[in-house]
Design a binder for this molecule. Structure first.
Ligand code: GDP
Length: 601
């Protein structure tokens, strides 16, 4: 490959050249041109060109230049008759942009791949098959243990596979702030087609803006129907290459190994297109993939290095919360290693605590620095809430001109409700504010929905569906708003109010308790009711309604609360106390006082 593209200032004859291609099979090629330009001239995709280059042992990315001989070989492969374009007519091959990898010590790094898809479609089998196909190749040694990720070598290039398949783990990591994956392989069983979790996986990958490559699995089965899967993909806006789109779909069988080399080759192509780079000399950092406690060796943690290089003896700070020194380090085959660079997964010994998957780590100069950072972070945490926004928050941000979009996750009781809601919401969009439905599905609201909401700062809308208490609890502690609706127009109205900045918080009354009036005493500024708290509790300052014969005769708040002579903040059920109600003195024995508070809905 050469890069003789600069310096030529001849007029562009490209339009003419392109016209000629359409008429005859001859093609005039300049002495040097980029992959993208070659693809344009050949009327094909850069992926196709890169694929063919790879088959010829040339690794080139989309903006890299290839020389005439190489370009001519590809043109011949595609049935063209190449000829060297005379120098004076040569089109200006696009000047190679200063590749990002050249900047600041950036070097190419292996792609990190996660496998997503519906349960039982073969994610685990595929990960095993890829791992074992490479063992059979003799390219890696015997696998002794799983550490949460592994690497394979294909055509001299490495690929890192995350060994925890499924979008739950993928999104849980994102929710903790970790963007680990470069490429998502979406596994779809050819005998089953796109299923609910496939749809979820697509949405989760899209929300992470990760390129998707589809593996149509189980093609060895008699009832495999590859065409049907392709059709379904198109229905989900994933138009495959053969049909003019840009989604790569590879038929494979995890059982027989068919198609696996093709899948791996395409992963390399996508990686090549993405020009994945990292600086191995930068300050090191990355993500915790997995961690466990070993009885004798203490916490064993799998780290994926994302930048820099980690070494034995380094002080590792995890999630700004705890730290340790790397005492020993093993690669994915269990072999001891001394250092690990970008995209390399390693298991380390030496942390003092077991971290969470998705925790971010950094290497710091020494333990003193680590301790200082932890203290700093804890102080910051007290100020920052970090929670996802609520509809009210977004409405006021829009009012203030600070928000431009609203991200929603919509869950409905039945599939049929999704489209009407989606259509109505799409109609609401205006020029300033975009409504993005990052995931829609039917069924109850799940942990995975909450994780996706955290990861994408979205709000969950439940239409005739509710979260289980466990999920509600998770959402509350993660600060994710779940809004429930039973009527479509009310849902749409609230979203409309939100995007016009008109949504005001709505409050509901939360009952705190009742007391019965048993006596009434005159005091300096009015009257006090001698009461018995029948249920719940009464607190000073809480809102109160006085009920006479079941009818509300007054509403205000508890102005004084006394136990004997002493002022108290609160009295529980079963106790006697003196209660003053703001602006009210007309107590009758037998009246009931109801205590409540207002809570944002
Ligand atoms: P996961 O839930 O997506 O991880 O799916 P698994 O890898 O556990 O596979 C589910 C089932 O499908 C298992 O019984 C596998 O043996 C089977 N399976 C996976 N891949 C293939 C394949 O390519 N062909 C056939 N015939 N069966 C497969």
């Amino acid at each position: 490959m050469t890069q003789k593209s600069s310096g030529r200032k001849a007029p562009v004859a490209r339009g003419k050249a392109e016209k000629e291609i359409k008429v005859k099979a001859e093609i005039a090629l300049p002495r040097s041109l980029t992959v993208k330009h070659l693809a344009d001239l050949l009327g094909t995709t850069p992926i196709e060109v890169i694929k063919r280059l790879m088959r010829r042992g040339v690794m080139a990315s989309i903006n890299q230049a290839v020389d005439y001989e190489t370009a001519a070989a590809i043109a011949s492969d595609l049935g063209r008759k190449p000829e060297l374009q005379p120098e004076e007519k040569a089109p200006v091959a696009k000047r190679m942009p200063v590749s990002s990898r050249k900047a600041k010590g950036q070097k190419p790094r292996p792609a990190v791949v996660t496998i997503l898809g519906h349960v039982d479609h073969g994610k685990t089998s595929l990960l095993d098959a890829i791992r074992h196909s490479k063992v059979a190749d003799g390219e890696v040694g015997e696998i002794t243990q799983r550490i949460g990720a592994y690497q394979v070598t294909v055509d001299g290039q490495k690929i890192t596979f995350i060994d925890t398949p499924g979008h739950e783990a993928f999104t849980a990591m994102r929710a903790r702030g970790a963007e680990v994956t470069d490429i998502a392989v979406l596994v779809i069983a050819a005998d089953d087609g796109i299923m609910p979790q496939t749809r979820e996986a697509i949405d989760h990958a899209r929300s992470a803006k990760v390129p998707i490559i589809v593996a149509i699995n189980k093609i060895d089965k008699a009832n495999a129907d590859i065409e049907r899967v392709k059709q379904q993909l198109a229905e989900h806006n994933l138009l495959i290459e053969d049909w003019g789109g840009d989604v790569i779909a590879i038929p494979v069988s995890a059982r027989t190994g068919e198609g696996l080399p093709d899948l791996l080759e395409h992963i390399l192509i996508l990686a090549e297109l993405a020009e994945l780079t990292a600086n191995p000399d930068a300050p090191a950092g990355g993500v915790v993939l997995e961690a466990r406690l070993d009885n004798t060796r203490g916490p064993l943690t799998t780290l994926l290095v994302q930048k820099g290089t980690i070494r034995i003896g380094d002080t590792i700070l995890v999630a700004n919360a705890h730290w340790g020194k790397i005492k020993a380090m093993f690669d994915h085959e269990g072999k001891p290693v001394k250092s690990a660079g970008p995209s390399v997964p390693v298991e380390i010994m030496g942390l003092s605590k077991v971290p969470f998957a998705g925790d971010i780590f950094t290497v710091v100069a020494n333990e003193r620095k680590a301790r200082a950072r932890v203290e700093e972070f804890q102080a910051e945490q007290q100020i920052r809430t970090g929670k996802s926004p609520t509809l009210d928050d977004i409405s006021s941000q829009i009012r203030a001109g600070a928000a431009k979009g609203l991200d929603l996750i919509i869950k409905t009781d039945v599939d049929g409700s999704i489209e009407p809601i989606r259509r109505s919401l799409e109609r609401l969009e205006n020029e300033e504010v975009q409504v993005r439905i990052i995931h829609a599905g039917s069924g109850s609201i799940t942990e995975s929905d909450v994780m996706l909401a955290v990861a994408s700062r979205a709000i969950i809308i439940g239409f005739n569906t509710r979260p289980e208490p466990r999920v509600k609890h998770l959402a509350d502690s993660a600060g994710v708003e779940i809004r429930g609706y039973q009527i479509i127009y009310k849902l749409i109205e609230d979203i409309e109010k939100t995007i016009t900045g008109m949504l005001e918080p709505t409050y509901i009354d939360v009952l705190e308790g009742h007391a019965e009036v048993r006596a009434s005493f005159a005091v300096k500024h009015g009257k006090i009711a001698g009461c018995y708290v029948t249920d719940g509790k009464v607190s000073r300052g809480s809102l109160a309604r006085v009920l006479h014969n079941g009818e509300v005769v007054h509403e205000s708040r508890v102005s004084s609360l006394k136990h004997f002579k002493e002022s108290v903040p609160e009295m529980p059920a079963g106790s006697e106390c003196g209660i003053g109600i703001e602006g009210f003195s007309d107590f009758t024995i037998g009246d009931i006082i109801e205590f409540y508070r207002k809570e944002k809905q």
